[in-house]
Design a protein. Structure first.
Length: 389
């Protein structure tokens, strides 16, 4: 459950970054007229032909004309019914693609509908994804969504995650869909998983967690120790901080996007193309760094924090402190990875581990910051005892 959420977040972020990567060269160009359009409502009528890439940012975007290039669009409602020779990259509340697309489609939104012919792949992150009757995907269909209906034809393979999934259209390749509903609700059952797959995945996850945990113990041992002590001494505060960290990550991405769009519009009106390019590049860098840090902390460092906490509670004290911490990290992380890999309780345990681990890291960082700035530090009365001591 949590992994699906992280995949949706990561996929949505990837689509947004792709929008910026595709848009930044044109925004940096001096001739912005006709290629960059923004406002409350932007309409490209059926009789108009755009002989270049088209970048549109508006509350409502309607493209009925022909575009001899790529289309990059962001807004509340996006409707693309005209032919597009290149790729379509779109993000919005509602995204509807009815015209033929000569390249591929990458879309993110609350509702994403593909009703035309797409020559290459379709990559989508959506609450509801529909490949309408009569639509055709010439390549692969890759998605992470809530409800997915594939009523059109897919020449390649289908791969993704969904809460509910149905398919009535034809399929040329393989179908690998992880569905969160019973098998009776699925038109085509997913292939049987290999018995070694989950075991190897858990082993790889454990190795990465252990290596990163050892690296943190070597570079910032006080930070990791402080996080584990806070997890044991103040579990409710840690859990609350974990939820705040997840919400803060999402709000930070939204705030970064809003600032970037506002500055891009302002610089565009002033015909300062260079500053627009710098603004977009800075947003790309900030979003990528923030997303990388969040995924690293949520998927791996949180496991190390909870694992070290459990290991220090179980292992008897003795010998060199550093070796005791390494052994505790190895043992506790193995237990956490094993429990989170179980079929029934694993997803729920993973939610708890991520929330608690992120909360411990956030509180430890906040405590360190306050200590450096002379603020009062709440006491953490922890005595690491073990059953054998």
């Amino acid at each position: 459950m949590l992994r699906d959420t992280l995949r949706i977040v990561a996929l949505t972020g990837a689509v947004v970054v792709l929008i910026a990567l595709d848009a930044s060269p044109a925004l940096a160009a001096s001739a912005l007229s006709g290629r960059l359009r923004y406002g409350d409502t932007v309409i490209v009528p059926a009789g108009e032909t755009v002989n270049s890439d088209l970048y549109v940012f508006a509350g409502t975007v309607t493209v009925d004309g022909a575009v001899h290039g790529d289309v990059v669009a962001a807004g509340g409602r996006i409707t693309l019914d005209g032919p597009v020779d290149g790729d379509v990259i779109a993000g919005g509340g509602t995204v509807e693609i009815g015209g033929p697309v000569g390249g591929g489609v990458r879309a993110a939104g609350g509702q994403v509908t593909v009703a035309g012919a797409v020559t290459k792949d379709v990559l989508a992150a959506a609450g509801t994804l529909t490949i309408a009757i009569g639509a055709r995907v010439g390549g692969d269909l890759i998605f992470s969504a809530g409800r997915v209906s594939v009523n059109g034809d897919v020449a390649g393979s289908i791969q993704g995650n969904a809460v509910a999934y149905t398919r009535t259209g034809s399929l040329g390749g393989r179908e690998t869909v992880r569905v969160g509903q019973p098998a009776s609700a699925i038109a085509a059952p997913p292939p049987q998983a290999s018995t070694g797959g989950p075991i190897l995945a858990a082993l790889r996850h454990y190795v990465v967690v252990l290596l990163l945990g050892l690296l943190v113990l070597w570079l910032v041992p006080r930070g990791l120790r402080s996080a584990t002590e806070l997890v044991r001494a103040r579990p409710l505060a840690v859990a609350g901080s974990g939820l705040v960290s997840v919400l803060g990550y999402v709000l930070s991405l939204v705030a970064l996007l809003a600032v970037m769009v506002a500055l891009a519009i302002a610089f565009g009106r002033l015909t300062l193309g260079t500053l627009v390019a710098i603004d977009v590049a800075a947003w790309i860098l900030a979003s990528m760094v923030l997303t990388f840090a969040f995924i690293l902390a949520a998927a791996f460092l949180s496991v190390a924090v909870v694992g070290l906490t459990l290991g220090r509670l179980v292992l008897p004290r003795g010998g060199v402190e550093r070796w005791h911490e390494i052994a505790a990290l190895a043992l506790g992380s193995a237990v956490v990875v094993l429990v989170t890999s179980l079929p029934l309780i694993g997803p729920w345990a993973e939610v708890v581990v991520v929330v608690v681990g992120l909360g411990g890291l956030l509180l430890a960082g906040w405590t360190a910051w306050r200590s450096r700035h002379g603020g009062p530090i709440p006491p953490v009365p922890v005595t690491w005892a073990s059953p054998a001591s």
